[in-house]
Design a protein around this ligand. Structure first.
Ligand SMILES: [Zn+2]
Ligand SMILES: [Zn+2]
Length: 331
């Protein structure tokens, strides 16, 4: 048996032995955290988020995956374990574009291999990300909030920039319903946003002076640089190249159609712009492209930090796709 095959089999066995099911209060934490500074009281905000996402149809697979629960030690658990749920909701997401399934894919992947319920495992965030992005582009407010709160807003790793994407999705939230928190505004306390608002170089913190005028990034107009050296550092070492290009894709292929795509998804239809967007974001990339990331958490044979794989590749596309080779997504 080859090394890869052996590893794969070991992983299968590991997954099989895993029994922990997901707590029913799946995505509430991130939602409440992201919304806590909104204009509505917390309970009203949670209700609003639920109301908005409940407009999306729920696939039979998703209903089946979450139907039966049991109480163990006072906590409510699903009867199906993570793997059983995962298989069902993945089918619901792929075959019906069900955003509720996409949310559960995210939680099952991130809770994989954890012993304490409620604690997320960041080993698999790069695999869960494409599904949140699928939900976000369809207009699920919960998907957008988790995308921002759990993926892009990483205070522990300030060098890994995704502030432009936070800003983008924050505005999409607000456009969906003005009662939703203006995340972009609330996040102004973040050091990076302070840099933008205060016009300081994102790398070295220099400010405008009589002899120095900072230049904005041409692609996103979001960050300021004092010099080409700082710009190159930001683009190369902090991967702003990928972030900036993903913003460009979203601005061109998502923003103008966001409402139409969401309306269609709520009706259970697929808007033609959605398929083009999926293709442009790389969500429909062939599986072989990123099989190694899925199977071994390695890239070119090297172990990865999954957090490096949640923003974008250099061309703005995702590292890991969701639904490979959509038949129409070729233009
Ligand atoms: Zn600088
Ligand atoms: Zn930029």
């Amino acid at each position: 048996m080859g090394r890869k095959q052996k590893l794969r089999q070991e992983r299968k066995i590991k997954n099989k032995n895993q029994t922990s099911a997901v707590v029913v209060t799946t995505t509430a934490e991130a939602t409440v955290e992201a919304a806590s500074e909104g204009r509505l009281p917390e309970a009203a905000m949670t209700a609003l988020v639920e109301e908005l996402d409940d407009m999306f149809p729920k696939s039979d697979e998703c209903v089946q995956a979450t139907m039966d629960t049991q109480i163990i030690n006072g906590n409510e658990y699903y009867k199906l374990n993570n793997i059983e749920q995962y298989v069902l909701v993945k089918q619901g997401a792929i075959e019906h574009g069900c955003v509720h399934s996409m949310l559960i894919i995210d939680t099952t992947l991130r809770k994989r291999s954890t012993t304490t319920e409620g604690h997320y495992n960041h080993m698999y965030i790069h695999l869960a990300l494409p599904w949140l992005l699928e939900g976000a582009i369809r207009g699920s407010v919960r998907c957008i909030m988790i995308l921002i709160g759990e993926y892009y807003l990483d205070r522990a790793e300030p060098n890994r920039n995704a502030d432009v994407l936070i800003d983008y999705w924050g505005k999409i939230l607000n456009n969906t319903d003005t009662r939703l928190p203006n995340l972009s505004h609330n996040l102004a306390a973040l050091s990076v946003l302070k840099h933008r608002l205060g016009r300081t170089c994102i790398i070295c913190s220099k400010t405008d002076t009589k002899i120095l005028t900072l230049k904005q990034c041409i692609g996103c107009s979001f960050y300021c640089y004092c010099s080409e050296t700082c710009q190159i550092t930001h683009w190369e070492e902090h991967n702003h190249r990928g972030e900036c290009k993903q913003l460009r894709i979203l601005n061109k292929y998502h923003k103008p159609y966001a409402k139409a795509i969401r309306d269609a998804a709520i009706r259970g239809d697929i808007h033609p712009a959605l398929e083009k967007l999926q293709y442009k974001l790389g969500l429909t990339r062939p599986l072989e492209d990123y099989q190694e990331l899925i199977d071994y958490n390695t890239h070119d044979g090297k172990l990865i930090n999954p957090k490096d794989y949640v923003v974008a590749r250099e061309d703005g596309t995702v590292w890991v796709g969701s639904i490979p080779s959509s038949p129409i997504g070729t233009s």
